[in-house]
Design a protein around this ligand. Structure first.
Ligand code: LR7
Ligand code: MN
Length: 533
């Protein structure tokens, strides 16, 4: 086992006053109400989509504390561990966020395990990220910068970084992260034992407003696992622990998907497995593509509860998306075409704009299809059955009706759920039918559920006067009565449990349950109006 001394970092964290802004991951709240500061705060938000004023107030060397479980703290790490290149890609990242990421890696990674840090500048235009950055990192000994001549997008930027890397493990980070003590050792140990394991840290939330990094938000801790939906969105879901199953707080747990930005992977295995799809652009889809590829082609994906890294979660991207939202659809369509087999229809039904070739093209897929063939990967049915059964394979045979749910009274309005985060308890509204699926795509399944998914599969059930999203329980358990619906011959959506019918409330642009009445009313619906099966 390594001794604590052997695992000393290259740089020691400079002594910082414990009461300094943000120390130990504390929140920093702006108290200065002057017009001048207000203006700075606003400008910072506009430019970076986080509180840049606060980001700058906090030391580049702050400690985020050590809130690991006791089991992790007493763990010893078996010799020898492989060394790693940490690859950080960025496009117009704020200096304070980027350099805090770099320093937190340097100050929390064992010198003997950290081969180098590779910064990949994806054609940033901010003036201080040029020569000033080059000069700054030159002093940090093992930090290199690769400059991309034109905007390549995060997928190609990571590929460029990987190409230069010399460590035997590649560890990727976003450019606004902070590593907790001993974040590397657990991931490297798993890979040392088996290089087909791809390991993610527990991703902690760094608050975009206060830069607080706490372990109190259960959502992103090891209690959660990565999932996917039929629209190929990523999300988190509570991990289901079987009753009686002992929970070991220092043991890696598998995950069906990864968030994408933070993970460690053997360099050799990264290339063996086909690195990334070089034809994916700007942002999105690559994390699901890699997750499916890892599982279907013989590897495994894990989250290690002893490894903690913070990430600043933003509500919007601060940078331009060359190609607009079609870029994500382009990337996801490549995932669907290469990896989903017959289930790709599920994706197209959710996102109809991806189906029409004239809207978004997937581009040439030959190389990726060949890769899947050469690696003798298993099929998507295997992935659903073995890795993520909760996705519940809803192929055509299981769906009675699917698509838009149009109300007959004006023939203009459809059932709608704006719920990109896949939350439960979100009320159904009515909105002008737009034919774009997603918010307006619903499935009536053979066993009576009305399913809806954005980043998570959800089921509709009544709550008070509203209809809300709720977790589906089928196929794990039988469909509960409150989640059962019946489409009648004349177009009523009947809820047997309450003996009421789905009704469009024109005044509130919402949908709820009311006593069923015969006809000519706001209770007649066309289920699967557009782009259904
Ligand atoms: O064109 C670009 N070029 C870049 O170099 C666009 C982005 N980037 C850089 C950017 O500076 C950042 O360092 O790429 C990195 C990721 O971009 P973000 O931070 O805007 O993305 P995100 O955190 O919103 O997105 C998550 O999903 C992405 C899908 O493509 C990537 O996989 C991100 O790495 C990923 N982030 C995480 O997994 C952190 C945890 C988030 C969650 C859940
Ligand atoms: Mn990010």
């Amino acid at each position: 086992f390594y001794t604590e001394d052997e695992l000393a970092p290259l740089f020691e964290r400079p002594k910082v006053d414990p009461s300094a802004p943000g120390e130990y991951g504390k929140a920093y709240k702006v108290t200065d109400n002057s017009a001048e500061v207000k203006k700075l705060v606003k400008e910072g938000w506009d430019k970076h989509a986080f509180n840049h004023y606060v980001c700058q107030k906090i030391s580049l060397h702050r400690s985020v504390g050590d809130k690991r479980d006791q089991e992790c703290k007493v763990r010893k790490w078996r010799k020898p561990l492989p060394d790693t290149s940490v690859i950080i890609i960025f496009h117009n990242e704020a200096w304070c966020a980027l350099l805090r990421t770099v320093h937190s890696v340097l100050e929390n990674s064992p010198k003997i395990l950290l081969k180098e840090i590779i910064l990949v500048d994806d054609a940033s235009t901010l003036s201080n990220l040029g020569k000033e950055l080059t000069d700054y990192v030159a002093k940090l000994q093992i930090v290199k910068i690769i400059r991309l001549p034109s905007r390549a997008g995060l997928i190609r930027a990571r590929l460029a970084g990987a190409q230069e890397a010399q460590g035997s493990v590649l560890t990727f980070l976003d450019s606004h992260c902070e590593c907790a003590p001993h974040w590397l050792e657990p991931m490297l140990e798993r890979i040392a034992e088996d290089n087909t394991r791809v390991v993610c840290p527990v991703i902690e939330v760094i608050d975009a407003d206060t830069f607080a990094m706490s372990l109190t938000t259960a959502r992103y801790t090891s209690e959660n696992t990565g999932i996917l939906s039929w629209s190929l969105g990523f999300n988190w879901a509570p991990r289901k622990i079987n009753p009686g199953q002992p929970i070991k707080n220092d043991e890696a747990l598998t995950s069906a998907t990864m968030a994408g930005g933070l993970f460690a992977m053997s360099r050799k295995y990264f290339y063996h497995l086909g690195s990334y799809d070089n034809d994916m652009l700007v942002w999105g889809g690559e994390n699901i593509e890699m997750s499916l590829r890892i599982w279907m082609c013989g590897g495994s994906l894990e989250i290690h509860p002893c490894s903690h890294v913070g990430h600043v979660f933003r509500k919007r991207a601060p940078y331009s998306h060359p190609g607009g939202s079609d870029v994500i659809t382009h990337n996801n369509k490549r995932v669907a075409e290469v990896w989903l087999d017959e289930y790709k229809e599920q994706y197209y039904k959710r996102v109809p704009r991806a189906r029409a070739v004239s809207y978004v093209e997937a581009g040439d897929l030959t190389a990726r299809i060949k890769l899947r063939h050469d690696l003798k990967c298993r099929n998507f049915q295997w992935y659903i059955t073995n890795i993520y059964p909760a996705l519940y394979a809803t192929p055509k045979e299981d769906i009675l009706k699917g698509g838009e749910v149009l109300n007959n009274i004006t023939s203009k309005y459809c059932l709608d759920s704006a719920n990109p985060d896949g939350k439960v308890g979100v009320k159904m509204t009515m909105y002008v039918c737009h034919g774009m699926g997603v918010n307006q795509d619903f499935d009536l399944t053979r066993n009576g559920e009305i399913r809806h998914s954005y980043s998570k599969e959800l089921c509709l059930q009544p709550s008070g006067n509203s209809i809300v999203t709720y977790d589906c329980v089928f196929p794990k358990k039988a469909v509960p009565p409150e989640q059962k619906w019946l489409l009648t011959q004349d177009g009523h959506i009947y809820h047997p449990d309450s003996n009421l019918c789905l009704t469009y409330n024109i005044h509130h642009l919402s949908a709820g349950l009311l006593k069923c009445v015969k006809q000519g009313t706001s209770q007649i619906w066309v289920f699967g109006h557009k782009d259904g099966y």
